[in-house]
Design a protein around this ligand. Structure first.
Ligand SMILES: Cc1cc2nc3c(=O)[nH]c(=O)nc-3n(C[C@H](O)[C@H](O)[C@H](O)COP(=O)(O)OP(=O)(O)OC[C@H]3O[C@@H](n4cnc5c(N)ncnc54)[C@H](O)[C@@H]3O)c2cc1C
Length: 384
C-alpha cells in the first residue's frame, strides 16, 4: 500500500480531480455501468486495485488502513466512481463489518479481521434474515450452543447477498431461549468452509443468482468468534442496521439512474419536451436533497454519533426516489420498456433492468412499511 496524502486538507475541486484521475487510470478491464452486482471473480481486480492503493475503505480511520475521509470528500469519491461507471465491489466487509468491529470488536478481533478485509483475503456475507425472521429480525431461530470451548451452530439463513462468493459470514444466532427475544441473541463470525456449512443459490428478478440460503449443521467455531459479548448481539445488530441504512441511503443509485433517464429520453425524442423536463428537474432536485440528507448522516457516523431511528427517512427517501426515477424511465421508453434484452445491447438504455433493480430497494435493509412504523413510533410518537 502506498503512503496516502491528507485528502481532507485538499480543496474539494482538487480531491475531485484526484478521484477522477484515480478511477480513470486504475480501473481494470472489467465491466462498467453494470446495473446488477458483479460476482467476486469479476470484480476482484477492482477490489485489489483499491486495496493496493489504500482506497478500499474510504470511511475507516487512517490508523486502521482507511482513507479517513470526511462525509463531503466521501460523497465526491462516490460521485466520481459513479460517473465513470465503476462496478460496486463486494462491500459487506468494508461497509458493514469493519465499522462494527471498530466499535464492538476486541483488539484481537480487529487485528485478525480488519487487515483481511482490507486485502480482500476475507470476503464477507451478512447472515441476519431467516425464513420467519426478516422484518421481525429478533425472531431468529438459528441457534448457537457453547460446547467444549466452541459455539456449535444449527439453523438457516436466507437472502444472503452474494453469499456464494463469500468465505466468511457474520450471523445473528440465538444463544439464550429463556429471556426476552432481543436479549438472547449473539453476533458470531463463521468461516464458510467450516464443516457443516452448505449454500443454495436464489435467483433475483432478472434470473441471476444474486443471493443464497446458508445452512448450518453442527458447525463449530471457536468461543472467541463472538462480537460484543454473549447475548449482546442485538445491540451490535441494530448498530449495523443503522450503518447499513446510511449507506443504502447514498444518492449514487438515483444519480446514476438520472443519467440513464436522460439517455433514454434523448433516444425517445422527449428530452426537450417541457412536460418531461418539468418532471426530470423535479427528480433532479430530489436527488440533490437526498445528497444533502445523506451527507448529514455520514457526518454523524464520522463523528462517532449513534444513528437513531430517524435514519429510516433516508432509507425511505432513497428507495422510493429510485423507484420513481425507474417508473418515469419505463414511461419514456415506450415500447422499448417491455424488452427482455437491452436495446442495441446497451444496458444503460434498458429501462426494464433499472425498474427491476429498483423493486427490492424498498425491501432490503428494512422494508418501507417497517421504516414508516419506526418513524411513526420513535419520531412522531404516534401510538403503536
Ligand atoms: C435485494 C435484497 C438483498 C438482501 N440481502 C440480505 C443479506 O445480505 N443478508 C440478510 O440477512 N438479509 C438480506 N435481505 C433480506 C431482507 O433484510 C429482508 O427481506 C427484509 O428484512 C424483509 O424480510 P422478509 O423478506 O422476511 O419479509 P417479511 O418480514 O415477511 O415482510 C413481508 C411484507 O410484510 C410487511 N410487514 C412485515 N411486518 C410488518 C409490520 N409489523 N407492519 C407493517 N408491515 C409489515 C413488510 O413490509 C413486507 O412488505 C435482502 C433482501 C433483499 C430484497
Amino acid at each position: 500500500m502506498t503512503d496516502l496524502p491528507d485528502f481532507n486538507a485538499m480543496t474539494d475541486a482538487d480531491f475531485r480531480a484526484l478521484a477522477r484521475d484515480f478511477v480513470e487510470t486504475n480501473y481494470p478491464d472489467i465491466p462498467r455501468y453494470t446495473l446488477g452486482r458483479l460476482h467476486w471473480d469479476e470484480v476482484k481486480p477492482w477490489y485489489l486495485v483499491l486495496s493496493e492503493h489504500g482506497w478500499i475503505c474510504p470511511t475507516w480511520p487512517r490508523e486502521h488502513g482507511g482513507m479517513g475521509l470526511t462525509a463531503g470528500k466521501h460523497l465526491i469519491l462516490i460521485e466520481e466512481f459513479e460517473r465513470y461507471g465503476a462496478a460496486r465491489v463486494n462491500d459487506i466487509g468494508p461497509v458493514m463489518l469493519g465499522p462494527l468491529l471498530l466499535k464492538y470488536g476486541t483488539e484481537a478481533q480487529k487485528a485478525e479481521f480488519l487487515p483481511k478485509i482490507l486485502s480482500g483475503e476475507h470476503v464477507w456475507a451478512q447472515g441476519y434474515s431467516e425464513p420467519g425472521a426478516g422484518s421481525d429480525l429478533a425472531a431468529v431461530r438459528c441457534e448457537a450452543v457453547l460446547e467444549g470451548g466452541d459455539w456449535v451452530i444449527n439453523g438457516q439463513k436466507t437472502w444472503c447477498t452474494l453469499g456464494m462468493d463469500a468465505n466468511w459470514i457474520f450471523i445473528l444466532a440465538r444463544t439464550d431461549k429463556t429471556v426476552k427475544k432481543q436479549a438472547g441473541i449473539s453476533f458470531l463470525l463463521v468461516p464458510m468452509d467450516a464443516p457443516g456449512v452448505t449454500t443454495r443459490n436464489i435467483e433475483n428478478l432478472e434470473r441471476e443468482a444474486e443471493f443464497c440460503e446458508v445452512f448450518f449443521d453442527d458447525v463449530r467455531v471457536p468461543a472467541d468468534h463472538i462480537v460484543g459479548g454473549v447475548n449482546e448481539g442485538w445491540t451490535a445488530a441494530k448498530a449495523l442496521l443503522g450503518h447499513e441504512r446510511v449507506f443504502i441511503g447514498a444518492p449514487r443509485l438515483s444519480a446514476a439512474a438520472m443519467t440513464r433517464l436522460k439517455r433514454i429520453a434523448l433516444r425517445a425524442g422527449v428530452w426537450h419536451d417541457p412536460v418531461f423536463r418539468d418532471r426530470y428537474v423535479a427528480l433532479q432536485c430530489d436527488v440533490a436533497d437526498l445528497g444533502d440528507l445523506f451527507e448529514t448522516y455520514v457526518d454523524k457516523l464520522r463523528g462517532g454519533q449513534t444513528i437513531g431511528a430517524d435514519v429510516a427517512m433516508l432509507k425511505i427517501f432513497q428507495s422510493e426516489l429510485y423507484q420513481r426515477i425507474s417508473e418515469l424511465m419505463m414511461e419514456v421508453a415506450g415500447e422499448e420498456a417491455g424488452l427482455a434484452q437491452a436495446p442495441e445491447g446497451d444496458r444503460q438504455l434498458h429501462a426494464a433492468a433499472t425498474w427491476l433493480s429498483a423493486r427490492p430497494t424498498t425491501i432490503f435493509g428494512g422494508s418501507t412499511e417497517i421504516m414508516r412504523n419506526m418513524l411513526a413510533k420513535a419520531i412522531l410518537e404516534l401510538p403503536s
